[in-house]
Design a protein around this ligand. Structure first.
Ligand SMILES: Cc1cc2nc3c(=O)[nH]c(=O)nc-3n(C[C@H](O)[C@H](O)[C@H](O)COP(=O)(O)OP(=O)(O)OC[C@H]3O[C@@H](n4cnc5c(N)ncnc54)[C@H](O)[C@@H]3O)c2cc1C
Length: 462
């Protein structure tokens, strides 16, 4: 079996394949072929001068069981750490000020009256329009954009000041293009069942309180005490000797009968009867263009956005703000380069040395691709200038790190699920081939683990 890619999807696929092979007594000849000089893909942890810097993802959702389940199987549960929920607050940077997102606000809509009614983030007409959700009729139930849905139910302020910036921090997407059915089907389901989003969310809270709000052991997001690459290292250690091949970019795949021939840019070659594509779908499209041009076109049509992170370490005394939250998001209407900023050392333990803090800015995305055209020094300077405006920090940072992730965030546009169904049908017609990763049915690490494991199960189906 050959797995193209060496990110978390590929590693989850490879590890699941070894588990299945062992269970079933199958002999598995495995190769995980990664273009970079390291495993992990967008997961990249750096330890420098006592800071623990996450260049890519800094956590994963514990609510979705797949990454968590994998950690358990790997014996990593004791190394997981939860968010410090004393500082659970998130701010919205609006008109030059950080406004706390009202308590009880659940991504799109309020669930508690008083914090919402007294919030400084919304105007009175805006609040009244949100309350209209209680009486607005149901939509047609078709796939629609997040923007259309929120405007229809809760109004423009809810979209511009909360939904757009919160969602940009997760999907780096334009809400006018983002498919609600592919990203947050829960809200469509709430509308279908309860009509009102506010009432439906309140009902859900009463019947199944959110993790982290009910004394549950784990918070909504978790990470590793020693950084996200703990998971990557643990998986790599458990793969068979010499199954990982680094610094080799797969350049072509060819099918001859039931076998696949795989070749890299540098001329390395393998043959396999199972092939898992676990890289970005735009790359998979190129590799499949002669095998199935229609499939390749469908894959190539899934757009990606780029992003960058700027991590800045400061002495605590140099940051005037109380940093009493997890960070802030920035509505597009503010015209800033930052999409969001995380107070990393407040959110998680062990991210900065004693007396210091680690802040991380998130830039780029579908709505602000131009920001990434700047050179590194300019991007860091812009992040610093905006943190100065938001938090009043004027001092030189003691640490500055920039990481760029070009074309790495898949965009689920309206109609995405229908496209993915067609892709899956066509891929299933190619024997021994499986597609996995964030491009299809969920962009986060938990979804990628699920997708990688499912690919291994499909590839090794008896
Ligand atoms: C800045 C940033 C922050 C994020 N934050 C979070 C977060 O906090 N929580 C969360 O759950 N998710 C987050 N995500 C998303 C998360 O990182 C991804 O869901 C996940 O890591 C994707 O894993 P993957 O293996 O599918 O893809 P990738 O990590 O992109 O790995 C794909 C790998 O395939 C390799 N590859 C591609 N083509 C070839 C080829 N032809 N030959 C050989 N190798 C190839 C690439 O070099 C790459 O290493 C974030 C993403 C970014 C960019």
């Amino acid at each position: 079996m050959v797995v193209v890619g060496g990110g978390i999807t590929a590693l989850a696929a490879a590890y699941r394949a070894t588990e299945l092979a062992q269970e079933r007594g199958i002999e598995l000849d495995l190769k995980v072929v990664e273009a970079r000089d390291r495993l992990g893909g967008t997961i990249a942890t750096e330890r420098v001068d006592g800071f623990l810097v996450e260049a890519g993802p800094d956590s994963f959702l514990s609510e979705k069981p797949w990454a968590f389940g994998l950690c358990r199987r790997l014996g990593l549960e004791s190394q997981l750490v939860r968010t410090d929920d004393r500082f659970r607050k998130v701010f919205v940077w609006f008109r030059g000020r950080l406004h706390p997102l009202p308590d009880g606000f659940q991504l799109l809509a309020p669930t508690r009256l008083m914090p919402f009614a007294t919030s400084s983030l919304f105007s009175w007409p805006g609040k009244l329009r949100m309350a209209m959700d209680l009486v607005v009729r149901r939509g047609a139930g078709d796939d629609e954009s997040l923007g259309a849905f929120v405007r229809r139910r809760l109004g423009r302020e809810a979209l511009e000041r909360v939904a757009q910036p919160l969602v940009a921090g997760i999907y780096t997407a334009d809400p006018e293009d983002l498919s609600l059915a592919a990203t947050m089907p829960r809200f469509l389901e709430v509308e279908r069942r309860h009509r009102s989003i506010i009432l439906g969310l309140r009902h859900a809270l009463r019947t199944a309180p959110l993790p982290g709000t009910s004394g549950a052991r784990w918070s909504l997001f978790v990470t590793f005490a020693d950084g996200m690459d703990t998971l990557v290292r643990a998986l790599a250690e458990r793969l068979p000797d010499s199954s990982v091949v680094l610094n080799q970019r797969v350049a072509s795949v060819e099918r001859t009968g039931a076998r696949w021939k795989i070749a890299t840019v540098d001329g390395a070659r393998w043959e396999a009867d199972r092939l898992v594509f676990a890289g970005e779908s735009h790359g998979t499209a190129r590799l499949l263009r002669y095998v199935d041009p229609t499939l390749a076109t469908l894959l190539g049509d899934i757009e990606y956005a780029g992003a960058a992170t700027v991590s800045l370490g400061y002495r605590r005394t140099d940051v005037p703000h109380a940093l009493d939250g997890f960070g802030f998001v920035v509505p597009r209407t503010e015209g800033k380069a930052l999409l969001a900023a995380t107070f990393s050392s407040v959110k998680y333990p062990g991210r900065a040395p004693e007396g210091h803090v680690l802040l991380r800015g998130f830039l780029g995305g579908a709505l602000n691709a131009g920001a990434l055209a700047e050179d590194d020094a300019t991007l860091v300077a812009r992040a610093r200038a905006e943190l100065r405006q938001a938090l009043g920090v004027t001092a030189e940072p003691v640490l500055a790190r920039l990481a760029r992730w070009p074309a790495s965030m898949p965009q689920y546009r309206v109609g995405h699920l229908a496209r993915v169904e067609t892709i899956e049908r066509r891929a299933a017609a190619l024997p021994g081939l499986a597609l996995a990763g964030g491009a299809y049915r969920g962009v986060g690490i938990a979804d990628c683990v699920r997708s990688g494991e499912a690919a291994a199960e499909a590839a090794l189906a008896p």
